[in-house]
Unconditional design. Structure first.
Lengths: 378, 378
């Protein structure tokens, strides 16, 4: 028997209860039944985003919601400051380029976190900027950005703060309203424990004035159409019936666990991964690591891609390698969503086995032992 | 016991075998396993589209694929001729407007089918047109357009023929290459028997020259990115793992039935619906009806919306009402996808019951009896 485990930074493992919702007989999308599904989803997403604004459901992956953020707030020749903190930070810049913005690229070394001081300076240099696009938890590096402090800076300016919270929703407390962020986007296949295919977007009141006036071409991702239809709990186009019901179920499960407990669980899992990796002599990539995934530098002479393949093909445990210039150099352990403390032992065990196979010298068993202590010792 | 039946023009009923594929434990999207899923899907879709070109999978509803068609082939100020044959024909015009085209609207009375003669005249008047956007099977009216004859006209010009085949794929034979159509789009939730959330797009070689040169902003729907990734059976962004596996299963089932048999089944179902409705004194809306759905004029004094609600809420049988100015005036019976001849009796029976409840005078039982004869008499 070989069981398959996913410790990936998305898609993540999905509870059987959620999978079975997808297997329910179809209902039509223009029915009171489906509107009730959307209403419940809307409630759950508002809690996750920490907002009293409506959060809209998009049939599309996280990138669709990121594009919606840019297309709805930017007009051609607007200045967009994009923090290139990793592969997904770079995606902001690519999107802003595609929409003919004057893109101000802020290149950050991968693994570093953008700071409020840097935001302050950039906005002084570019007071004309319409948007500042940042990443809360950068999936390619595992670094976390302090959005609360950055939002304090943008709130005092006319620049909208657009935040990719795809990997942080359901992992870290997100407080869109309290922080004063303007647009936030999320996805289904990370902390929300749902298969890929859905994404989410919400906008602040001041963002809405910009959205109404923006002149970039948009149709499927037009937030004005989403708002109009959402007022009666509908989607502008055929709704994602099966995935939406899966999401409703996942949100119910999350409410039952309690958001505070969920954030605490992720913090504990993250700490155990970080400490156990350090205990076997490995270094973490990010200075300020997120709680949804941990990026670890592969030991000298070991290709992280080989580690990933070996773990997946021989032990049935899938983690992720590095992206872009970090390919082969880091491995990324996802511990977000439907991951229990018990599951984490499986993951750390497989990492130890993979490293052992590839000839890395360390005290075999010590990472698992430390994980056991950190998670379960009384 | 009240069982639920959907005779809707999309989403349609999904076989349990397909639903259960959605309930399979997740796999990661950047794996050989998922690439194999995409490879098999690609093969199946090429058969359905009748093309040797690759057909790409989009995570998004049919409208996303329609937008991809416009955004990838049109540049601002290009002339786009849009045949407004119904709600979905109008969507072409809305999309072309959103992308700043010079839109030539060709208004067709709802229920009529666009003809090759009309195409000929339009292209003589507008030889500068970059694209002619048409609908193969118009979901709002049930009318079918002869794409083969229209493509004969566009093939002789520099105007690309863009066709919405969302409601015809898996219902009618579609021959993109043989006919000479340039861009075709489809969706998962119609003849393909899969829940909503996926759409498909393919382009001819001559369309690709336009796509490469087009200057409209696009990112998530950029076909150049799709082509690049599809060459290694990947998607540019996180792939729709669960829905894709459902689609693979549905395509396997379709291959087992045989495409010719599928088209023949739909033709038989459509004929039975049309004849049984006419037998109880009702008129069809379209002159040239499609085989995936039948639009029927509600009897004088009866609101079709009431019929739809009554059938759904009291008998568990969902059909669709009219859209736009036909709201209340027509009802639409969907008979595409996972609908057997046996199922059709359930549908016609419920229509009879609904009409009886609303006071329409007809010989009760005669529509069911005719259906029985047309489908099963030896």
């Amino acid at each position: 028997m070989k069981k398959n485990y996913m410790f990936t930074p998305g898609p993540t493992m999905v509870p059987a209860e959620v999978l079975l919702e997808e297997a329910q007989p179809l209902i039509h999308h223009r029915t009171p039944q489906f509107s009730e599904v959307l209403r419940e989803i809307g409630e759950g997403l508002k809690e996750l985003f920490g907002t009293s604004e409506d959060v809209y459901l998009i049939t599309g992956s996280g990138t669709a919601a990121m594009e919606a953020a840019v297309a709805n707030t930017c007009s051609p020749n607007d200045t967009a400051i994009c923090v290139k903190s990793g592969k997904f930070g770079e995606r902001w810049a690519e999107l802003a380029e595609a929409y003919r913005c004057n893109v101000v690229n802020f290149d950050l070394e991968w693994g570093k976190s953008f700071t409020a001081d840097q935001a302050e300076k950039l906005l002084q240099q570019h007071p004309e900027a319409s948007v500042l696009c940042v990443t809360h938890s950068e999936t390619s590096t595992g670094a976390l950005t302090d959005i609360e402090r950055i939002a304090k800076v943008t709130s005092r300016t006319d620049t909208l703060l657009i935040v990719d919270t795809i990997t942080s929703i359901g992992v870290h407390a997100v407080e869109m309203d309290k922080w004063g962020a303007d647009v936030m986007v999320g996805g289904s296949q990370k902390g929300c424990m749902v298969p890929p295919g859905l994404s989410f977007i919400a906008a602040s009141q001041r963002a809405w004035s910009t959205i109404e006036a923006a002149t970039s071409p948009r149709y499927y991702l037009d937030m004005r159409a989403m708002r109009k239809k959402w007022s009666e709990f509908q989607t502008p186009y055929t709704g994602p019936v099966s995935l939406a019901r899966a999401l409703r179920k996942a949100l119910h499960m999350m409410r039952a666990e309690g958001l505070e407990n969920i954030y605490e669980r992720h913090a504990r899992l993250a700490e155990a991964v970080r400490e156990s990796m350090k205990a076997i002599g490995l270094e973490l990539l990010p200075e300020n690591p997120a709680n949804g995934l941990t990026s670890v530098l592969a030991p000298e002479g070991i290709d992280s891609g080989e580690l990933v393949s070996k773990m997946r093909d021989e032990y049935g445990v899938t983690i992720a390698g590095g992206q872009g210039h970090l390919k082969g150099k880091i491995f990324r352990i996802g511990h977000m969503g439907y991951i229990s403390k018990e599951d984490l032992l499986v993951c750390i065990s497989a990492v130890e086995r993979g490293l052992q196979d590839l000839g890395y010298a360390f005290e075999f068993g010590s990472a698992v032992s430390l994980t056991q202590k950190l998670l379960f010792e009384k």
